[in-house]
Design a protein around this ligand. Structure first.
Ligand code: HPA
Ligand code: ZN
Length: 345
């Protein structure tokens, strides 16, 4: 084969791909936060965008969540949610994302008195505009907050009932330690009975056994993060054998001190063990970057070749909830793009 005309990194940045792990509240950039605060007559506890940026030195998941929930307080109107969604989709499109499965945390908003329909109306308006302007497809995944009770999750599911056509899956996020998946077994049984796919954050800060619980007790079809799987070889073997995708978020893991540096990240070890990994941005406004910033950081640490990046791109499409015809088209697009730039996919 001729010498590639693009580096492996450029190929990875430009290939069509899906983002499967991004929290819409985590895409709230300081400029949007201050604009929403001004419009809504609120004062953020930070004097400037720079001061807010400086607050993003996290020591663990909880230290991040405290800031993340505080900033989400500026989101009050449908317009705020629409602007947030549109800004993310515009940014993701620039990174070659053709399809995004986006988490939202309704309990963060309904607990502040923001009606569920205000959140949904805004998010959907942003999604419609994203398709119209950039052709970028999206899905919404409702996450229950695991630091709250299962009864509160049931109440949220009841509130979501009128909007189920616009909610393509259900997940579990927030403080992991001390809040195992088993706490939510009953509400996810109800979710499955509704015919909705289940995903769950597990094995980010929590132990590998939480991954097993998410699979066996919640019926999760993907695991969000899952990087602590490597602490139990049996869990790794199971993920590989069953083709369970992990939505790995490299910059997030380093910023939340799950790994001291990117070179300590287990992504290459997971790939070597045959686990289907994808790369995602999690909370890009808080962790130093969007999809391609994560790809660049991984490239700088590990220097994957084009074939490895093509496999990661294919994983992202295959593990998504997109329609089969769309998946087939994007997989063919990755293949065609790779061949056109001299990369063996
Ligand atoms: N983990 C758990 N909960 C979250 C995260 C995360 O990375 N981001 C937003 N909520
Ligand atoms: Zn997450």
């Amino acid at each position: 084969m001729a010498t590639p005309v693009l580096s492996a990194l450029e190929f990875a940045c430009r290939m069509p791909k899906a983002e499967l792990h991004v929290h819409i509240e985590g895409t709230l950039e300081p400029d949007l936060a201050f604009a929403a605060a001004r419009r809504n007559g609120l004062v953020l506890p930070y004097a400037s965008e720079e001061a807010l940026h400086a607050a993003k030195a996290f020591t663990d998941l909880q230290s991040f969540l405290d800031l993340y929930y505080a900033c989400a307080d500026v989101l009050r109107t449908s317009r705020d949610f629409a602007d947030l969604m549109f800004a993310y989709l515009e940014r993701a499109h620039r990174d070659g994302v053709v399809h995004a499965e986006i988490f939202f945390d309704p309990q963060t908003h309904t607990a502040r008195g923001i009606p569920f329909d205000v959140v949904m109306e805004g998010l959907n308006a942003g999604r419609v505009e994203g398709v119209r302007r950039f052709g970028i497809g999206s899905r919404l995944i409702l996450c229950f907050l695991r630091h709250l009770s299962e009864d509160e999750a049931f109440a949220t599911l009841a509130q979501a009932q009128p909007f189920l056509d616009d909610i393509d899956g259900f997940g579990l996020d927030s403080s992991e330690r001390g809040h195992p998946p088993s706490k939510f077994a009953r509400v996810f049984a109800r979710v499955r009975a509704l015919g909705k796919p289940v995903v769950a954050h597990a094995g980010e800060e929590g132990p590998a056994s939480y991954i097993t619980e998410a699979l066996d007790l919640l019926g999760a079809v993907r695991i969000d993060h899952g990087v602590r799987a490597l602490e139990d070889p049996a869990v790794v073997r199971r993920l590989a054998a069953e083709g369970i995708a992990l939505t790995v978020c490299p910059l997030s893991n380093v910023r939340l001190c799950v790994f001291p540096t990117m070179k300590d990240h287990v992504l290459p070890a997971l790939m070597a063990a045959g686990v289907r990994v994808t790369i995602n941005s999690d909370d890009p406004a808080y962790f130093g970057g969007y999809m391609n910033d994560n790809i660049r950081a991984v490239d700088a640490a590990f220097g994957f070749d084009g074939a490895a990046w093509a496999a990661i791109g294919r994983n992202s499409i295959e593990a998504s909830f997109a329609a089969p015809a769309d998946k087939a088209r994007w997989l063919a697009d990755i293949e065609r793009f790779a061949v056109s730039v001299g990369i063996k996919p």
